[in-house]
Design a protein around this ligand. Structure first.
Ligand SMILES: Cc1cc2nc3c(=O)[nH]c(=O)nc-3n(C[C@H](O)[C@H](O)[C@H](O)COP(=O)(O)OP(=O)(O)OC[C@H]3O[C@@H](n4cnc5c(N)ncnc54)[C@H](O)[C@@H]3O)c2cc1C
Length: 439
């Protein structure tokens, strides 16, 4: 019997796909591509767009459909590399390089805004700001210490909101206050993926569905790309497979997979709610993310009718349907008035973390790559794709600070973290409970 919280007609397709399901395209493989891009998400599409604008012909291959991966499943929260600023960079890289890396990451935010405007992408984009909700008093104090630096990095206001004023930003008393960050927008990820693909196609890129790359080897001055539909010759190759890099059916670049930790992130959509409810829960209609290690992120849908609630509901290989009740429980802990509100959609997708918590572009055995956005890649993947394209076309004016950094892996790590994730998940949940108790 279906779980009572699941509405009639419940589906595990992303809610975004109701308006913008990634369409089926041409599935025929060309013999040759001047530049072959493996992976048709934001990174691959943005790279293709920039390459075409620079007069370089790009062919994008996706094993599923263009935009099928994280790029049409995410929360649609657009932020400018702020996670990078909190990774203890100075200790690893020294002051100057740390500053360059932080600046390069933050530049992803104006870049995506500019891309959406320039290409006229209809994706419900709004610069709405974000409320970072503090899970404990200690987390609030840590945010307050970072606020000034974040304002400096983003060039936009960052304001602390103590618990007694929290209801100005969030219709809940669940958190210990939080931080309002102006440099955040919201969009419809499915429409953005579709619009970016259309922009790349208009500029002349060829987008090919249903071709899984199974290996890439150098030959002469170019490459032979082995796929499940035959072989393709390419003068240059870029791999942007991110959280989907490791697959039993064929992995494009195993070296990259060994440096990425794919994790499932899950989202539920509620049934439609009254406008008054959404106004009460999300005054200002900002994006919200909390500071828990087992993070929650949530928002009103772009049409202002539903709550979309996301999180890392499971560290096991669980289905979206299995995890939906847990996400619902997190949601009602924050918004008790939604306890009888049912779920119409629940879905999941893969994000990619890295061992140094940084996104990377670079070259391995002549093969370019862009990956590792730590679950925050709407702006960042778009930006990485653009930068790797500038480099491929020989058009970069200066070195990009996230290019060619040491890209760590771990001994015996193949790219599949599933055996260790449940232990990490339990440890994170315990730390969250301790932080809250210590508040
Ligand atoms: C549930 C969820 C919520 C998220 N929320 C947010 C958010 O609110 N804000 C934010 O900034 N980020 C968010 N993210 C992260 C963001 O979506 C990603 O960082 C971004 O979309 C990554 O884009 P990409 O192009 O690198 O990879 P993807 O969009 O994942 O594309 C990779 C593509 O590679 C293809 N592929 C893999 N292997 C092969 C192969 N061998 N041959 C051919 N093709 C292959 C796959 O089919 C896939 O389409 C979220 C992600 C998820 C899953």
């Amino acid at each position: 019997m279906a779980h009572p919280l699941l509405a009639p007609g419940f589906t595990t397709r992303p809610w975004w796909w109701e308006a913008a399901e990634p369409p089926q395209r041409d599935a025929s493989l060309p013999d040759h591509a001047p530049i072959a891009i493996v992976g048709g998400g934001y990174a691959g599409l943005s790279a293709a767009l920039t390459l075409q604008r620079l007069g370089r012909q790009a062919v994008v291959l996706d094993a599923e459909r263009i935009g099928w991966g994280a790029s049409s499943r995410n929360g649609g929260m657009v932020s400018g590399g702020l996670k990078v600023a909190g990774t203890g960079l100075e200790k690893s890289f020294g002051k100057d390089q740390a500053r360059a890396i932080t600046g390069a990451a933050a530049a992803s935010f104006p870049f995506i805004e500019e891309t959406i405007a320039r290409e006229g992408i209809d994706c419900d984009y709004v610069r709405c700001g974000r409320y970072a909700a503090a899970w404990s008093r200690g987390h609030y104090d840590a945010m307050a210490r970072r606020a000034e630096g974040l304002a400096e990095i983003t060039g936009l206001p960052v304001t602390m909101l103590p618990k007694e004023r929290q209801r100005e930003a969030l219709g809940s008393d669940h958190y210990h206050g939080g931080m309002l960050v102006a440099a955040t927008g919201s969009l419809h990820p499915g429409k953005y993926a579709r619009g970016l693909a259309a922009a790349a196609e208009r500029a002349g890129a060829r987008l090919v569905d249903g071709v899984r790359v199974q290996g890439i080897r150098e030959q002469g001055s170019g490459f032979r790309v082995a796929t499940d539909k035959g072989e393709l010759r390419a003068d240059a190759v870029l791999v942007t497979t991110n959280g989907y890099s490791l697959d039993q059916r064929g992995t494009a670049l195993p070296w990259l997979a060994r440096r990425l930790v794919p994790l499932n992130s899950y989202i539920i959509a509620t049934e439609e709610l009254g406008e008054d409810v959404i106004e009460r829960l999300f005054p200002g209609r900002r994006m919200v993310a909390d500071s828990k290690r087992v993070l929650n992120y949530f928002r009103p849908s772009p049409d202002g009718k539903r709550v979309l609630w996301g999180g890392r509901a499971s560290f096991r290989a669980a289905t979206a349907e299995d995890t939906a009740p847990a996400l619902h429980a997190y949601m009602t802990a924050c918004f008790p008035e939604l306890k009888d509100t049912r779920i119409t959609h629940a879905w999941t997708g893969h994000v990619a973390f890295t061992f140094d918590h940084l996104p990377h572009i670079g070259v391995e055995r002549g093969i370019h790559y862009a990956a590792g956005c730590q679950g925050s890649g709407v702006a960042m993947a778009t930006w990485l794709g653009h930068n790797v394209a500038l480099k491929l076309a020989g058009a970069a004016n200066a070195r990009f600070a996230l290019d060619g950094l040491p890209f760590p892996t771990r001994p015996f790590y193949s790219g599949n973290p599933n055996w260790v994730l449940p232990f990490i998940g339990e440890w994170y949940k315990l730390r969250d409970r301790i932080d809250r108790l210590a508040a």
